[in-house]
Ligand binder design. Structure first.
Ligand SMILES: [Zn+2]
Length: 305
């Protein structure tokens, strides 16, 4: 079962138990599930809505567009209070043995997702380590803020595993799907697609400044929301090294490695990874930090085609 299906299976059980108590009779979905306490006083509109299977499924694993369509569903104080009791993110992050979510919590979700770098910056490692004890995991950015849309506090596509810097430093302007990048949402419109390249200016050989070249307003707004151009300044020494490789070894560095140095036959992708420590294919950028930046700069330097 994949991360999304597990998320649905486990959270559905907890929410249904909280809503209906003993009258929800399905067997526990996991051996370690504790007794989930029935929550008294849930608003009747909220209860009716969530007891419709299709609605609960939409809240828990609906696509970003589906979440967008229901984010404002409940607005009164009583409704909001009920929603907060049912979809409690702090409880989901609590993994002690007595917690409701001991059997499945934020650590399990991030481990199941297996997204090793932050999808917003591709700069920080977001791997999850749970052995021998729960040591580290990425933070979860609520793409639709949970303070504004508590119904989406535990929604799979609203929990974006991300680094502290991006999660904490994200601009406070509300994000919209047609103006801001969402890592789980792919638009088929080019002007609503994240398209940017790392480039640089330099006044002399030891002083390089990153610049981001964005192809559309969507990318400009999205990269500015996470201050990517400014934050990448701390990696400007990487450009010096890549420039050095080009100048010392020439643009044929990769060819040279393949033909003269390596004793075994390996793929172009592997040669690239050994040479630069990152991935060259866009679909693998998320496997190692700084993959996109290095690929863009190496292209600009003429080191790769
Ligand atoms: Zn980040």
């Amino acid at each position: 079962m994949d991360a999304k299906e597990l998320h649905y299976k486990y959270l559905r059980y907890v929410i249904k138990k909280k809503l209906n108590g003993k009258s929800f009779k399905e067997p526990k979905p996991h051996a370690s599930v504790k007794v989930v306490q029935f929550v008294c006083g849930i608003n009747s509109q909220v209860k009716r809505f969530l007891n419709v299977e299709e609605n609960l499924k939409k809240v828990l694993i609906g696509t970003p567009e589906a979440l967008d369509s229901i984010k404002d569903k409940f607005k009164t104080k009583k409704e909001i209070a009920s929603i907060k009791k049912l979809f409690d993110y702090d409880m989901f992050c609590d993994f002690n043995k007595k917690s409701t979510y001991f059997f499945y919590n934020a650590y399990n979700l991030s481990a199941n997702l297996d997204i090793p770098t932050c999808p917003y910056c591709n700069r920080m490692c977001t791997k999850t380590v749970t052995q021998p004890t729960k040591i580290t995991r990425p933070t979860f950015d609520h793409w639709f803020p949970k303070s504004k849309f508590p119904l989406l506090s535990l929604s799979f596509y609203n929990l974006v595993p991300s680094c502290n810097v991006c999660n904490g430093g994200k601009s406070s302007t509300p994000f919209e799907l047609n103006t801001h990048f969402h890592p789980y949402h792919k638009s088929n419109k080019r002007d609503e697609t994240l398209l940017y390249k790392f480039s640089y200016d330099n006044s002399d050989y030891s002083s390089f400044n990153f610049k981001l070249i964005t192809e559309n307003n969507f990318s400009d707004v999205s990269t500015k929301a996470f201050k990517l151009e400014d934050i990448y300044k701390m990696h400007e020494d990487e450009i010096i090294e890549l420039r050095r490789i080009r100048d010392v070894y020439s643009a044929d560095y990769l060819e040279m490695l393949r033909n003269k140095i390596l004793l075994v036959n390996i793929s172009d992708e592997e040669i690239y990874r050994l040479a630069f420590g990152t991935y060259s294919r866009e679909d693998k950028f998320d496997r190692r930090p700084l993959s996109k930046m290095k690929r863009d700069i190496l292209e600009e330097l003429g080191m790769i085609l």
